[in-house]
Design a binder for this molecule. Structure first.
Ligand SMILES: [Fe+2]
Ligand SMILES: [Fe+2]
Length: 274
């Protein structure tokens, strides 16, 4: 088996979404097979690109130039699924980039198990969203997509703790907040396959946030840092803007994100309940 960092770099330099995710799933299966059999695995080192290879389509636009459509309409539903597919494709690259970029930091093998599993699940999510789009007569690439998705990776290119704080613990946690509302939209539209796909995504994303929190706390422990203070400092440094309530407190708790991590970064103060 080739070193994991080289596998990661290969995924990152594959442009087509279906090809990228097929390679990602193949390498994840190889990794877990080797781990199960107790074979030696090598992390190695790679030179991941600053930006991952991407397909020619979709066109990437600034968020304010991406047209908005009513979610009650079929074009609105397609636009929503297209946006989720784009997020999932970015997530595939974000997890492999995390593996390839920070190989100078030593971790227990469980770190790589977690992120390979997350990358594999994101690949599945992208394919689920593409299948849903195709069932509705569309495809990933038909609409424009947000250009800013890779910004968090570029901002934290040399700061692993910043990467963990902003990507899994802020951006992916945000997914936990908004997915139930999305599922409601597709329940109204009675699109059962879409509901089933979004429920898979919703369940598995809890794990990704949890991996972020787990390894963030691990590094804080290694460097004798206060996790909450450190998290607040890094999010303020790298994340542009405030966090948006309402928060999914239940799923965030399940993922190891306590309220005193995110509420102080919110753009409104919760009403006192006492
Ligand atoms: Fe995902
Ligand atoms: Fe995720």
């Amino acid at each position: 088996m080739k070193p994991l960092a080289e596998m990661a770099a290969e995924v990152l330099t594959t442009a087509d979404g279906r090809e990228k995710t097929a390679l990602s799933r193949k390498y994840a299966a190889e990794w877990f097979e080797a781990r199960k059999e107790g074979h030696d695995v090598v992390i190695g080192a790679a030179n991941p690109p600053l930006q991952p290879a991407r397909p020619e389509k979709p066109d990437l636009l600034s968020p304010r130039d991406v047209p908005r459509r009513r979610p009650g309409s079929r074009p609105g539903q397609i636009a929503l699924l297209h946006a989720v597919a784009h997020i999932e494709l970015n997530a595939v690259d974000l997890h492999w980039d995390l593996i390839a970029r920070f190989t100078d930091v030593k971790f227990p093998m469980g770190f790589y198990d977690d992120w390979v599993k997350a990358a594999d699940e994101e690949s599945k999510h992208f394919n689920l969203m593409c299948d849903c789009l195709e069932e509705l007569g569309s495809f990933y690439g038909e609409l424009p997509a947000h250009a800013g998705m890779w910004r968090a990776a570029e901002d934290t290119v040399d700061d692993l703790m910043g990467r963990l704080a902003v990507v899994p613990m802020v951006l992916e946690a945000r997914g936990l907040d908004v997915t139930p509302g999305m599922i409601e939209i597709f329940k109204k539209a009675k699109l059962d396959n879409v509901i089933a796909a979004l429920e898979v995504i919703y369940a598995e994303e809890v794990g990704h946030v949890a991996y972020g929190s787990k390894w963030f706390h691990f590094l804080c422990g290694r460097h004798d840092l206060d996790p909450k203070e450190e998290f607040h400092g890094l999010v303020r440094k790298y994340f542009h803007g405030a966090l948006k309530p309402p928060f999914n407190e239940e799923k965030r708790a399940e993922a190891g994100l306590p309220p005193d991590f995110y509420w102080p970064l919110a753009d409104e103060i919760p009403a006192k309940t006492t």
